[in-house]
Ligand binder design. Structure first.
Ligand code: SME
Length: 159
């Protein structure tokens, strides 16, 4: 077991430590599923107020559930559907303060109220999306977005 002991401090320090722990975890490991699994576990135990943290992979132009922490979730999501599908279709981060106000939101877990979805792109191709859900409204700040984009950049090289 790895024990990173990332202290809850200011957001910049938190994400710097998280990025460095993730970099260490994936270094030299070419298996994308293993790397997504460890990334989901690391994010889950580090970031507060999450009820779901994990990945959907781009499998032939459809999002398919990947490694995650949280409750069992919907398996397949079409590009353009819900928050994850919007991130996949546009390759743009989706930071949603109130998922119930998002057109087409897919309620995998009724406890979710806000969501952050980061597309993971390599050489212009969407590989996966990182999806974080929270029971708190407006849980994700611009700092969370910037920090998670960095995590996505680390992962883009090893998925
Ligand atoms: N709420 C997401 C679906 C995935 S789950 O939250 C794990 C969406 O609308 O894309």
């Amino acid at each position: 077991m790895y024990d990173f002991k990332i202290a809850a401090g200011d957001s910049e320090t938190l994400y710097r430590d998280l990025a460095s722990a993730l970099q260490g975890l994936v270094a030299g490991e070419p298996d994308g599923i293993a790397n997504m699994a460890n990334a989901a576990a690391l994010i889950w135990e580090t970031l507060p107020d999450l009820n779901w943290a994990g990945f959907y992979r781009n499998v032939g132009g459809e999002l398919v559930l990947g490694p995650f922490q949280g409750r069992p979730a919907c398996i397949r999501i079409k590009f353009g559907e819900g928050v994850c599908g919007a991130a996949a279709a546009t390759k743009q981060v989706q930071r949603v303060d109130d998922v119930h106000a998002f057109p087409g939101h897919i309620a995998c877990d009724s406890a979710s109220n806000s969501e952050l979805v980061v597309p993971i792109v390599r050489d212009g191709e969407l590989i996966a999306v990182l999806d974080l859900d929270s029971p708190k409204h407006a849980r994700f700040t611009a700092e969370d977005e910037a920090g998670c984009v960095k995590l996505g950049e680390i992962l883009a090289k090893v998925l």
